[in-house]
Design a protein around this ligand. Structure first.
Ligand SMILES: [Zn+2]
Ligand SMILES: [Zn+2]
Length: 141
């Protein structure tokens, strides 16, 4: 499972006997195309345009359900949780001016030497957050 897709979620829901409601579908449809790592509140606002009755509980339950099934990742930035439909290993670039969070391909960054960490901790994966100015903000500066 790499990129969240409504087809994969429908299949999983069928296999596990879970009901797919129109609200759930709208949440997943929004998330699968979201490029901006939205917060749960942004998901709620977007889905509410289509389904004014979609409750906060429905949105959070659906998010938790997707997370549990490894179809959605979370990143933490500036005290906020953001959602990531890209479940492949990847890094992030965050613009310090507009706050945009972009994916950076894992293979673009050379591997790090992670053998000499304190306490002999064994690293199994890592994600980098790079900060700076995005293309648009750089051109305005
Ligand atoms: Zn920017
Ligand atoms: Zn990402």
């Amino acid at each position: 499972m790499n990129q969240l897709s409504i087809e994969a979620v429908e299949k999983m829901a069928r296999e596990r006997g879970l009901k797919m409601t129109p609200q759930r579908r709208a949440i997943i449809r929004f998330l699968q195309t979201a490029k901006n790592h939205p917060t749960p509140e942004e998901v709620l606002r977007a889905v509410n345009k289509e389904f004014p009755m979609a409750s906060r509980a429905t949105v959070y339950n659906t998010i938790n359900w997707l997370k549990k099934n490894k179809m959605l990742k979370e990143i933490f930035e500036a005290g906020q949780v953001r959602l990531d439909p890209n479940c492949k290993d990847h890094h992030h670039f965050i613009c310090k001016k507009c706050g945009k969070v972009e994916d950076v391909d894992f293979d673009l960054i050379p591997s790090l030497n992670l053998c000499n960490l304190p306490n002999s901790n064994r690293v199994e994966s890592f994600e980098l957050i790079m900060r700076g100015l995005c293309k648009e903000c750089k051109n305005l500066a």
